[in-house]
Design a protein around this ligand. Structure first.
Ligand SMILES: C[S@@+](CC[C@H](N)C(=O)[O-])C[C@H]1O[C@@H](n2cnc3c(N)ncnc32)[C@H](O)[C@@H]1O
Length: 198
């Protein structure tokens, strides 16, 4: 199986098909993180934006979704896709390792799904999130492909991030783990929040 760290090589139409195939997973994320109408959601690494549009439906026009994406091609694709879709989605070109994304208030939820194994440094992404005062009270949902599974779909097992390593990293940076679990499509999730005393 060929692994494309940069998904432009694979093509955004294909990435979109994969997202559509995994929609049941997203509904579970929405429930787990208790996303609600009126919330402000930061979606890091939205890719073609199928899930972003799903989040926009849940938060409604009283809420907002901010999509932070590093790939210019993905931004182009996303902008086209969103032309006839929800208007309360803001698209920002930037790298989650150093971009300072802000909201008028602060974000309620950060979605970081199937992104960390594509980044150069998961630690830098999580540290940047930790240091951003606009995400300081946000619940962060991280979802990744589990290396302890069959490897029938998704990236090769050796390219996946181990759940325990992410746990250690999050706690080392200063996050508290609120919950975690295994999911369908060879996934696990972790919900974390910045330690409130630091
Ligand atoms: C596999 S897609 C995941 C899309 C979607 N979040 C999902 O759950 O299917 C990974 C996306 O993260 C983006 N990405 C990778 N590194 C990033 C970074 N450092 N900052 C922002 N986006 C990044 C990629 O360009 C790509 O669009």
């Amino acid at each position: 199986m060929v692994f494309h760290k940069n998904l432009s090589e694979l093509g955004w139409e294909k990435v979109k098909k994969r997202q559509l195939h995994r929609l049941p997973l997203v509904d579970e994320w929405i429930e787990l993180i208790q996303m609600k109408s009126g919330y402000s959601v930061l979606d890091i690494g939205p890719g073609p934006g199928v899930f972003t549009q799903r989040y926009a439906k849940v938060v409604g026009i009283t809420g907002k979704v901010t999509a932070l994406e590093k790939s210019e091609e993905a931004i182009g694709y996303l902008t086209e896709e969103l032309k006839q879709a929800e208007s309360h989605i803001e698209i920002i070109l930037g790298d989650a390792e150093n971009a300072v994304v802000h909201d008028q208030g602060s974000f309620d939820i950060v979605m970081l799904t199937d992104v960390l194994h594509h980044t150069d440094s998961p630690a830098r992404v999580l540290k940047n999130l930790y240091n951003n005062r606009h995400t300081k009270n946000a619940r962060v949902l991280i979802a990744e492909f589990d290396p302890k599974s069959e490897g029938e779909i998704g990236p090769p097992l050796e390219k996946r991030l181990r759940e325990n390593d992410l746990y250690d990293l999050l706690q080392h940076i200063g996050f508290t783990i609120l919950s975690s679990g295994k999911q369908m499509f060879e996934h696990y999730y972790i919900i974390a929040i910045r330690n409130q005393r630091t």
